[in-house]
Design a protein around this ligand. Structure first.
Ligand SMILES: [Fe+2]
Length: 189
């Protein structure tokens, strides 16, 4: 099986057309790649899990991620890969691996960080400070769809300090905005 970005991006585009969801998948991919590098794991594999984690969401928003298996199996992804994708269901009952914990820990956080950058005057991730993200976490009216509890609990489950986690993911997203493969769909625009 190939986990190259070009291949997984092509598969994602066959199932997701909405720009917001595509951006979300890309942001999760970037964070997963960054953590894979930090943990000495395979960035292409972790990135592919991130990019494809919401593959069934557009077509089955009320029954997600229960259709990921049939979609991903049709492309030849194996049981382990598909289970990794399924594991980000909030009510998933298995004991999560490091990859699976990381997926859950970046799923809500990436969108929240981007929302914080978008309300800055420069709309940039580069100057976004951890303390500003932490402050916005307490502001219930801001990005109210983002579940703060999931962000806090998933970081704890992953074994990372929340501030370090926010800093790491913010820097990974900011760095990616300068890479050629992420110019097609700018994360903050
Ligand atoms: Fe997601």
């Amino acid at each position: 099986m190939q986990y190259s970005r070009a291949k997984t991006w092509q598969i994602l585009r066959e199932h997701v057309t909405g720009e917001a969801l595509l951006k979300h998948c890309v942001a999760v991919e970037i964070a997963m790649r960054a953590y894979a590098q930090k943990f000495g794991e395979d960035p292409d594999y972790w990135g592919a899990v991130g990019l494809l984690h919401d593959i069934d969401f557009e077509k089955f928003p009320h029954d997600h991620p229960n259709h990921a298996r049939e979609i991903l199996a049709s492309y030849g992804y194996d049981d382990e890969f598909i289970t990794n994708v399924e594991s980000h269901a909030r009510n998933w009952e298995g004991e999560r691996t490091l990859l699976q914990k990381t997926l859950l820990a970046v799923d809500e956080l990436t969108g929240f960080i981007i929302a914080c950058a978008l309300v800055r005057p420069d709309k940039s991730l580069d100057n976004l400070e951890v303390k500003s993200v932490m402050k916005k976490m307490k502001d219930k009216a801001f990005a109210r769809a983002v579940n703060r509890e999931t962000i806090v609990n998933s970081a704890e489950a992953m074994g990372v300090d929340l501030k370090d986690h926010i800093d790491f993911v913010t820097k990974a997203l900011a760095a990616a905005t300068r890479q050629p493969e992420y110019q097609e769909l700018p994360l903050v625009s």
